[in-house]
Design a protein around this ligand. Structure first.
Ligand code: NDP
Length: 433
């Protein structure tokens, strides 16, 4: 706070995180003595750079580029690049901090980092995006490498941008598949990466239910979003015998008591790039309404928010509990406000936090790194089976950490503690660095 009083997002993130760690720090005074908290709230390295590029009118534009290398205590820095006008150092530091513990939870040897730019890809031509991206990578390439820092996509950085970033790196430094993840299948990408976050969310939810002596089969699920995470969450939930009754976008939502057909969602979103309202025009049992899916009353068992941050506030959380939902697992990052989390606690609604429940994406990215190092491509089944094990482990480790500190089914605290412990132990072992 003393150093960066204006970095509100970052300060809020560290405050929320360390609040849940009080019992750990009480039990382990050696962490306090070694100032683990002080060290963990200061990124190992921050790189900020100018990104000049020429637009289609021939005018020179300038954006700001960032890479925050937060912690490499357990492996190379790993985390996405975000291209969005709201990007600033506070947001990138907040995301890099959270990423460090999410990556730790996967059990794979990856540290935490995040980067991006305040460049807005919306309304830009392919040529402009390519020139910007090439300029961005011309600087970034000095700071990344397969054993040093391995960026991936995030908001505004999809298949097209990853392709351009990879191409520019290769042009400057030569072939090196392991410098980025989320690559296309033709140049070193991993099978099942597209499905990983949505599938992983369901593997996690299944493990959480089984730990309560319950099962996923036969459950009624509300899902928000109709993007990458939501689409594959609907597919896996259906395959595991549950019924997903909603899907949404930023305009409205569809409700189908017979279960949303994920093949239709895929066709509309991935092939036609249409709106979720098109779904109701095609499926007779479905109805479309404007507004948020969380303001719509229907009885259901499980909520899987897969759209965006802060979509469930205190009021919506109360409504969710009234509708009979007993479990919320977060596909999106930070979809529930702190007030919503309080409401869940009061109403005994179990919460699967984003750090754990949506870690499937970064886990498969780490598997992409393994395949690149081996110069091999694993089958879809092999990657999917590893993902299943990883998500089950994440749930079990979080639950065990919560149990160890007498926190019952507080899986939010449990996942923070499990993620933190591994990083803290590695830092203790490596001395004051
Ligand atoms: P997409 O852009 O593919 O999909 C986002 C979906 O959410 C779209 O249907 C979008 O609708 C909807 N949406 C966006 N903003 C709002 C809003 N304000 N209100 C209601 N709906 C909204 O993104 P992803 O599926 O990849 O990501 C979803 C979330 O999951 C994000 O929080 C992301 O950070 C997180 N996540 C994603 C991972 C991944 O591997 N993809 C990994 C881990 C986390 P519209 O089309 O109208 O914009």
């Amino acid at each position: 706070e003393r150093r960066d009083p204006n970095q509100t997002e970052f300060l809020e993130a560290i405050d929320n995180f360390f609040k849940t760690l009080t019992p750990v720090l009480e039990k382990h005074p050696e962490y306090i003595e070694a100032n683990i908290v002080g060290r963990l709230t200061e990124p190992e390295r921050i790189i900020q750079f100018r990104v000049p590029w020429v637009d289609d009118q021939g005018k020179v534009q300038v954006n700001r580029g960032f890479r925050v290398q937060f912690s490499a205590a357990i492996g190379p820095y790993k985390g996405g690049l975000r291209f969005h006008p709201t990007v600033n150092l506070s947001i990138i530091k907040f995301l890099g901090f959270e990423q460090t513990f999410k990556n730790s939870l996967t059990g794979l040897p990856i540290g935490g980092g995040k980067g991006g730019s305040d460049f807005d890809p919306k309304g830009k031509s392919d040529g402009e995006v390519m020139r910007f991206t090439q300029s961005f990578m011309t600087e970034l390439q000095k700071h990344i490498g397969p054993d040093l820092d391995v960026p991936a996509g995030d908001i505004g950085v999809g298949a097209r941008e990853i392709g351009f970033l990879y191409g520019q790196y290769r042009r400057l430094k030569g072939y090196q598949a392991g410098i980025l993840t989320g690559k296309g299948l033709s140049y070193g990408g991993s099978l099942a990466r597209t499905e990983a976050t949505g599938f992983g969310l369901l593997y996690y939810t299944k493990a959480l239910l089984e730990a309560q002596g319950d099962e996923l089969k036969g459950k009624k699920i509300k899902i928000s979003g109709a993007g990458n995470v939501a689409t594959y969450a609907i597919q896996k939930a259906t395959e595991l015998g549950a019924t997903v009754v909603t899907a949404s976008d930023s305009n409205g939502f569809v409700y189908d008591p017979n279960g949303i057909d994920y093949t239709v969602v895929k066709q509309i979103k991935e092939v036609e790039r249409g709106r979720i309202s098109d779904y109701a025009k095609r499926v007779a049992t479905a109805t479309y309404q404007e507004g948020s899916v969380w303001d719509f009353d229907v009885d259901y068992d499980i909520a899987l928010p897969c759209a965006t941050q802060n979509e469930i506030d205190g009021g919506r959380a109360a409504r969710l509990a009234q509708n009979g939902a007993k479990v919320v697992a977060c596909g999106a990052n930070m979809p529930c406000t702190p007030e919503a989390v309080e409401v869940f606690k009061k109403n005994s609604v179990l919460l699967g936090p984003a750090k754990a429940a949506n870690a499937g994406g970064v886990a498969v990215s780490a598997l992409e790194m393994s395949q690149n190092s081996e110069r091999l491509s694993w089958t879809f089944e092999e990657v999917d089976n590893r993902l299943k094990d990883i998500m089950k482990n994440i749930f079990e480790e979080s639950a065990a950490a919560a149990e160890e500190y007498g926190l019952g089914a507080d899986y939010l605290a449990g996942s923070n503690i499990a993620g933190f412990n591994k990083v803290a132990d590695a830092m203790m072992a490596q001395g004051v660095i």
